[in-house]
Design a protein around this ligand. Structure first.
Ligand SMILES: [Ca+2]
Ligand SMILES: [Ca+2]
Ligand SMILES: [Ca+2]
Ligand SMILES: [Ca+2]
Length: 295
């Protein structure tokens, strides 16, 4: 281990220290909420109160939840509770991280029970990565192929959309009738430096197709934007620092004969964690910026 540290300090001296600064998405962990907005709906008695995600513009049912169980649909038929095949026990969606997540529903409250949308204006920088976890579940069935999308927009000063980039499109055909994604699904999107467009808005959207009898639900959690290190970030906090160095040290000199070999500390795929991996690690030292959700 002593040799390991000496090598590391030498390599750091050679490559120097570097860091980045950048903007981030606000409340991407959905731990912050504007509590108890009353939904005015003459059909609802008692009225519905939902917690809106702070810093987000919302249409229709967009709510911060600590857990979510879909309501039993008012219509009898095949979309009833007995058909649901959601992966969460008792169809109860719980956060990917922290205490809360946000969920968009195609129904539940007016004024429009066919879609819901959530947007935030963000100063994206090319070379950044957008990453989030999503869940899509439905009580509906094909051909009523409800869908959810995530898009980046380039908006001009008049609020008009100049260009859009769809980064996710998931529908009931993808998850099968009455079903859902296999729990939370990670999506990571790299903002290509060669893309001529300058995106400045992110949009999450879910919509009924055909009719509005049975709902579909789109949940988001752990949304991050930043410069993600290409390699060396062993604890996935988007920063290469002493925490990663400690993990690398735990696996120092391990090879394929060692059942504890940490595959991703073997940066050059030689089936051993050695000085060559340390050289690679050091070249990314202090790359990125910590980007974690509060717990
Ligand atoms: Ca959260
Ligand atoms: Ca539907
Ligand atoms: Ca790290
Ligand atoms: Ca290696």
């Amino acid at each position: 281990m002593k040799l390991f540290i000496q090598l590391f300090l030498t390599v750091c001296f050679v490559f120097g220290f570097a860091g980045n600064s950048f903007g981030q998405i606000s409340n991407g962990c959905f731990e912050l909420m504007d509590p108890c907005e009353m939904i005015s709906d003459p059909y609802l008695d008692p009225p519905v109160y939902i917690n809106r995600p702070t810093m987000w513009d919302c249409d229709n049912y967009v709510a911060v939840q600590s857990n979510f169980i879909p309501g039993v649909p008012p219509h009898t038929g095949s979309g009833g509770e007995a058909s649901w095949q959601w992966v969460f026990p008792d169809n109860n969606v719980v956060p990917y991280e922290g205490e809360y997540f946000v969920i968009l529903s195609t129904g539940d409250i007016r004024p429009d029970t066919t879609y819901s949308m959530m947007t935030q204006d963000v100063n994206f920088v090319k070379g950044q990565t957008v990453e989030f976890y999503y869940f899509f579940g439905t009580m509906d069935y094909v051909p009523f192929d409800d869908f959810a999308t995530v898009k980046f927009h380039e908006i001009d000063s008049n609020g008009l959309i100049l260009h859009s980039q769809e980064v996710l499109n998931v529908s009931i055909r993808d998850i099968t009738n009455y079903n859902c994604t296999p729990g939370w699904v990670k999506l990571s999107y790299f903002l290509d430096p060669n893309d001529p467009n300058n995106y400045n808005r992110i949009e999450f959207y879910v919509q009924d197709v055909g009719d509005a009898v049975y709902n579909s639900y789109f949940a988001i959690d752990g949304l991050k934007l930043g410069f993600k290190p290409e390699t060396g970030d062993l604890n996935d906090d988007w920063m290469v620092d002493f925490q990663d160095f400690a993990i690398l040290g735990q696996h120092w000199n391990q090879d394929s004969n060692d059942p504890n070999l940490l595959g991703w500390a073997d940066f050059d795929d030689t089936n051993s964690v050695d000085v060559n991996d340390l050289m690679i690690f050091s070249s990314y030292w202090l790359d990125g910026e910590p980007n974690i959700c509060p717990h």
